[in-house]
Write a protein that binds this ligand. Structure first.
Ligand SMILES: Nc1nc2c(ncn2[C@@H]2O[C@H](COP(=O)(O)OP(=O)(O)OP(=O)(O)O)[C@@H](O)[C@H]2O)c(=O)[nH]1
Ligand SMILES: [Mg+2]
Length: 278
């Protein structure tokens, strides 16, 4: 499809067009997640640049380098009237503390515009879910999008697979994977790893940046193609009967069970530690 018609498709996308209507959803929320420095904020700026078709603007603040974490606050950016991009806090390593928070972000239980702190205890997760009653977010159709730099070989395949599956369990949708730094020599190896993990929707691209934003047809088309692919998936999902409130309840259940399990494991570890000392 030519760029202009892809752009029109994205700009005119609404949840109302399916044969079953919007089924209680008002917008698509693209939840960007992943390791810090892999290009989430840059991807947001790139998407806005391509879809708005205006000058390059750094809407989301980009890190000076990939090493220093930049985005600590969960911010949302409107791409169109019906599509929002969420810049979630990235993590340095997806360990047990951080992963719970990634799940809470993906499940859409954390307020926007506030700093994200990694919680550890079951009570914290429970409190977070109780407080989320103040937010009315059940009308967001959440799509998880993992942003991963092709410059980084995947060290722990099992950990990554677990995260992708958990993201699918929380949102009901297997994450789309966006590989940034597509010029990296590791690209095909990283692509192959994700393919073996069952990833079907994968897009490799170079983000536009403040320094390098000369419009190129190839870059523009890849971004439009990626966004269009995600929305086609949403349309496909909307052919089924859905229950926005029920899905939210399931997401809460998943998170509470996860936090409970994590708490039990930690207690067991402490107990084992004490036994060893005695
Ligand atoms: N070459 C190249 N550089 C990129 C690409 N995407 C991002 N960068 C650079 O990588 C650095 C980190 O990018 P960010 O967009 O801030 O990454 P982030 O995932 O938002 O990082 P946190 O907010 O810390 O979690 C910046 O210096 C970007 O200019 C890309 O596709 N190619
Ligand atoms: Mg960022």
């Amino acid at each position: 499809m030519a760029s202009q018609s892809m752009r029109d498709y994205i700009r005119n996308f609404t949840m109302d067009n399916g044969p079953r209507g919007n089924q209680g959803y008002s917008q698509v929320l693209l939840q960007l997640f992943g390791y810090t420095g892999h290009g989430k904020s840059s991807f947001i700026n790139t998407c806005k640049y391509v879809v708005d078709d205006g000058p390059y603007v750094a809407h989301a603040k980009v890190a000076g380098s990939a090493e220093k974490p930049e985005t600590m606050v969960r911010n949302a950016y409107d791409l169109t009237e019906n599509i929002t991009l969420v810049d979630n806090r990235g993590c340095v390593k997806m360990n047990k503390n951080e992963i719970g928070e990634i799940y809470a972000q993906l499940g859409n239980f954390l307020p926007l515009g506030k700093e994200v702190n990694w919680q550890t205890a079951f009570r914290d997760m429970m409190e977070l879910l109780l407080q989320s009653e103040r937010l009315d977010l059940s009308s967001d159709f959440v799509v998880p999008v993992l942003i991963y730099s092709a410059d980084c070989l995947i060290v722990d395949v099992n950990e990554m697979k677990e995260i992708l599956l958990a993201a699918r369990n929380i949102t009901g949708i297997f994450p789309t994977v966006v590989l940034t730094h597509e010029l990296s020599s590791h690209l095909s190896e990283v692509q192959e790893s994700f393919r073996r993990m069952g990833v079907k929707n994968m897009f490799a691209l170079e983000n536009y940046t403040a320094k390098d934003n000369i419009k190129t047809r190839g870059k523009h088309e890849t971004i439009l193609n990626c966004l269009q692919g995600i929305l086609k998936d949403v349309e496909f999902r909307m052919l089924e009967e859905r229950d926005a409130i029920g899905e939210r309840i399931n997401r809460k259940r998943f998170l509470l069970e996860f936090a409970h399990r994590r708490d039990m494991e930690r207690r067991q570890e402490t107990k084992n530690g004490v036994c060893r000392l005695l």
